[in-house]
Design a protein around this ligand. Structure first.
Ligand code: GLU
Length: 559
């Protein structure tokens, strides 16, 4: 044996002896455990994602579930391929442009539109997971539902956050069976009690044995349609049966030598996060001496400009023309970045193409719903998935042990602007409402996924995610430091600073630059994984919610 092969053999044995790491970061310990269980059983990142999501349906019912939709970004290590899977809800075929208008043609108050059947879109989650599993699953489909079925039958401990969400100042006990499940004696259940969900166990068993068809056709679909129609919605069996998940090309830009990729339309998340990062990178280069506070100002200005475009131009590109390439082109971004001043805020930014007035963000309530999780398996495949039923507990309609989404309220309620121009995010039959969900995978210059991250938070998702990607890739902050740091948000209106954090300490300095300031809680739910240059993984779970990181070989690992 010559020298070289012996070294190669030694190296091979050493690699063999060191089991490859895999990791999960998700919003609930039982969901993380389910992911780790699949990874330990030899499952892929997709297998883990499906098990995580099935458990989240049960244990974090306020946020996401099989009655809702999701976006999933997948990195395949074998061919370095990134894919975006779109499981967004669609509007029923029977909707009209007046869907969210009252009898006098005025937009309904947002909270009036949420509960009941009107807000329910065709749930896309299961079809999307099945599509991704057909391509990237290793374990059999039915195996992935075992942890959730076990927990639904045996019971799980209600967390403080679920109990707190049930005490939100919203009408949550208006409909059966949600009322008797969560409010058994007319009072919301308490943290610490054991809760079983036999109806969900039965639903999941059917889906586990028969596949997603069991959901989109037959008795489960029938029950969904009946419930929605009984409560004033337009969903039909045809809408259910015709639902399709869509594989799309991710949107990507090179930021700080990494190829940062996220979800394309119908999520505004990817394009807006990328615009913010590109504008911020250019502004930072233009003002190299900027202090930390001034850098925050530059970031917030980048965010204003990106949101001005988002609010004016973005909608489901399968239905409306959106100038995606222009909005992400070097020339355009250069022009836009040149508007950023280090001395004075832009105030309300205008959109950058020739149409449009001012585009301040419609300010919805603070959203406590939605869930993000990140997974990397031992072969280096990665999943970044954000999943949602929209508002906490969605439409409040419960069928088969799960809640139906209210995702249609993500459409603009008024179909046209004041000047009569139809809005790109108006409701149309079969269309997907514009989302802000921003699952990110950043691939480093060696072609390896370096960062997997995302967050819930309604339209604030975009800022939560962009801030962390910037901190990690441009400012080389460790993942956990970036996740824990106070948030600063601008959606082309006032600047929001997270109460009780260092971000809030910048209030006076930012005010002097012309920002209108609101100091308030900002409940992100960032769950991320970072892969260091030596291949070691680091995970972080947002301390503002209840998530944890899990890994194989087993040992809880937060940086
Ligand atoms: N429905 C929102 C969206 O798709 C997400 C809601 C949330 O994050 O709470 O953008």
């Amino acid at each position: 044996m010559t020298q070289l092969p012996r070294i190669a053999l030694a190296l091979f044995l050493c690699i063999q002896a060191m089991p490859a790491q895999s990791m999960v970061s998700a919003a609930h310990p039982l969901a993380t455990d389910a992911g780790v269980e699949m990874l330990t059983a030899g499952g892929s990142a997709i297998d883990a994602a499906i098990a995580i999501q099935a458990v989240l349906t049960l244990v974090e019912p306020q946020s996401s579930g099989i009655g809702g939709g999701a976006f999933l970004l997948h990195y395949g290590s074998q061919d370095d391929r990134l894919q975006a899977f779109d499981g967004r809800e669609t509007a029923p075929k029977a909707v009209q442009s007046s869907h969210f208008l009252d009898a006098s043609g005025q937009p309904l108050p947002f909270l009036d539109a949420v509960p009941g059947g009107r807000s329910v879109g065709v749930p896309g989650l299961l079809r999307m997971l099945e599509t991704a599993h057909a391509e990237h699953g290793v374990l059999p489909w039915h195996r992935l539902f075992e942890p959730a079925i076990r927990l639904a039958e045996n019971g799980f401990t209600v967390t403080p956050r679920l109990a707190e969400m049930l005490r939100l100042d919203l009408p949550l006990n208006a409909f059966e069976p949600m009322a008797s499940y969560f409010f058994p004696d007319g009072e919301p259940i308490n943290a610490g009690i054991q809760l079983k969900n036999p109806a969900l166990a039965a639903t999941l068993k059917q889906i586990a044995t028969e596949g997603a068809n069991a959901f989109y056709e037959g008795p489960i679909a029938q029950a969904i349609v009946e419930t929605v129609q009984k409560h004033g919605g337009l969903l039909t069996l045809d809408d259910m049966a015709e639902y399709q998940a869509v594989e799309r090309a991710p949107v990507c830009l090179v930021i700080a030598r990494n190829n940062v990729c996220s979800m394309p339309l119908p999520s505004s998340g990817g394009m807006t996060v990328l615009q913010i990062l590109a504008l911020f990178e250019q502004a930072k280069a233009a003002f190299p001496e900027a202090t930390a506070t001034l850098q925050t100002h530059l970031f917030l200005e980048a965010s204003r400009l990106a949101f001005a475009d988002r609010n004016e131009y973005l909608g489901d590109a399968d239905f409306v023309d959106v100038p995606v390439e222009t909005l992400l082109s070097d020339d355009y971004l250069e022009q836009r970045a040149a508007l950023i001043s280090a001395d004075q805020s832009l105030g309300i930014a205008l959109p950058g193409l020739n149409s449009g007035q001012s585009a301040a963000s419609a300010s919805k309530l603070i959203n406590h719903s939605t869930s993000h999780f990140s997974v990397m398996d031992s072969s280096g495949n990665a999943v970044s998935m954000t999943s949602s039923i929209e508002m906490p507990f969605g439409s409040r309609l419960m069928v088969g042990g799960f809640l139906l989404n209210n995702q249609l309220t993500d459409f603009r309620f008024d179909p046209a602007a004041a000047d009569g121009r139809p809005h790109p995010n108006r409701i149309q039959p079969g269309k997907r409402p514009l989302s802000s969900m921003s699952p990110v995978i950043a691939v480093d210059s060696n072609g390896q996924p370096a960062l997997i991250i995302g967050s819930p938070g309604g339209t604030r998702i975009i800022g939560y995610v962009a801030q962390r990607v910037a901190a990690i890739l441009m400012q080389e902050q460790p993942l956990k430091t970036a996740v824990d740091a106070g948030s600063f948000i601008n959606r082309n209106g006032k600047t929001e600073l997270e109460e009780g954090t260092q971000a809030a300490e910048m209030a006076d300095a930012l005010k002097s630059l012309g920002h209108e300031i609101a100091v308030q809680p900002l409940t992100s739910g960032l769950h991320g994984i970072m892969r260091l240059s030596d291949g070691a993984l680091r995970g972080a779970a947002d301390p503002r919610r209840e998530g944890v990181v899990g890994q194989t070989p087993a040992q809880s690992h937060q940086e």
